[in-house]
Write a protein that binds this ligand. Structure first.
Ligand code: HXC
Length: 288
């Protein structure tokens, strides 16, 4: 069933903003990433979402395609971001079927609650491999296409007039805020997300001169997502929601809007940045 637009995109964006652009997204069948892609598709983009599960990826692609008549969205399952070859095959298919890559969202992540005592070296490694190596592989496989896209969309440095062709050559990593403070039972995730942030910063510096921008979006607690479901016991959710600085959890639309901003012309000079979209949640004093 098609998701109502008001659930994943604010009314402030121009239709056709991303006309003929192509977005490649890992973890695209997940709640947050699918909303990010859906918003871009609604605004004119075509998309390739990749994931490990074939059925989930293909089903989500069909669902996202309902966001705009004529949208092309392909779901490439059986893709594990931990394998560069697997990812490269998905990138090749995206380029072959959709014609290139203008935007990338590196969203694939692994998470479970485990104390350090319960966390085996292999469990720690699994999350590092999905989050850090997986993000690196995603960047490595797509950066040649992002460079090409950036070259097609250069902003004139004298007039600073945006390219009439729109924007391109941008990557966003989906991170978290947990590593700013540390969170019990999330050692593997906090260490991994710190690595993801560092990766983005380095790409911003190395590829900035080629016109590519790299940024991080760090969602806080987002309603109805696996993150909140897994990390908070159900009896604690209502109290936690009320205690948030803005009195609510975030929505998938909050994250999708931030994504549209960073990929739009309005975000042209934002690079090497971590955009925290959490309603100041991580700044809350702890209960102790
Ligand atoms: C302790 C665990 C565990 C658990 C798995 N392991 N689950 N250890 N507690 N709950 C251990 C296993 O015992 C094994 O170690 C190692 O981790 C690898 O497990 P596998 O199942 O073989 O790995 P794999 O199939 O690759 O699965 C990876 C995974 C899994 C990360 C463990 O959970 C996964 O695929 N997750 C992807 C989906 C996901 O997590 N999405 C959530 C994203 S939400 P041993 O030593 O036994 O071999 C998110 C938001 C967070 O990230 C932000 C919230 C604010």
């Amino acid at each position: 069933m098609a998701l109502p637009k008001s659930e994943y995109l604010s009314d402030v964006w121009k239709d056709g903003l991303f006309k003929d652009k192509v977005v490649f997204c890992t973890g695209g069948a997940g709640t947050i990433c699918s909303a990010q892609v859906r918003a871009l598709v609604h605004l004119g983009a075509n998309a390739c979402i990749v994931g490990r599960n074939v059925e989930k990826s293909e089903k989500m692609a069909l669902n996202i395609a309902t966001a705009r008549a004529g949208a092309k969205v392909i779901g490439v399952g059986a893709t594990d971001v931990r394998s560069f070859e697997s990812l490269k095959a998905a990138v090749d298919r995206c380029v072959k079927e959709l014609g290139g890559i203008d935007f990338v969202i590196a969203g694939a992540a692994g998470n479970f609650l485990a104390s350090i005592n319960q966390l085996s070296p292999n469990a720690f490694k699994s999350v590092m491999d999905i989050d850090v190596l997986g993000s690196f592989n995603t960047a490595k496989a797509t950066l040649p296409y992002l460079q090409q896209s950036a070259a097609r969309h250069t902003v004139d440095p004298k007039s600073l007039q945006p390219s009439p062709r729109g924007t391109g050559g941008r990557i966003i990593f989906v991170s978290a805020t947990m590593h700013y403070t540390g969170v019990p039972f999330q050692t593997h995730v906090t260490v991994a997300k710190a690595g993801v942030d560092a990766l983005s910063n380095n790409i911003a510096l190395e590829f900035g001169p080629l016109g590519v921008t790299s940024n991080v979006i760090s969602p806080g607690p987002i309603a109805n997502t696996e993150g909140v479901e897994r990390l908070l016991p159900s009896h604690a959710k209502e109290e936690s929601r009320r205690a948030q600085p803005l009195g609510r959890y975030g929505t998938i639309r909050d994250i999708a809007d931030a994504t549209v901003y960073l990929f739009s012309d309005a975000g042209s000079y934002v690079a090497g940045h971590v955009l925290v979209v959490d309603g100041a949640s991580w700044r809350m004093p702890s209960a102790s």
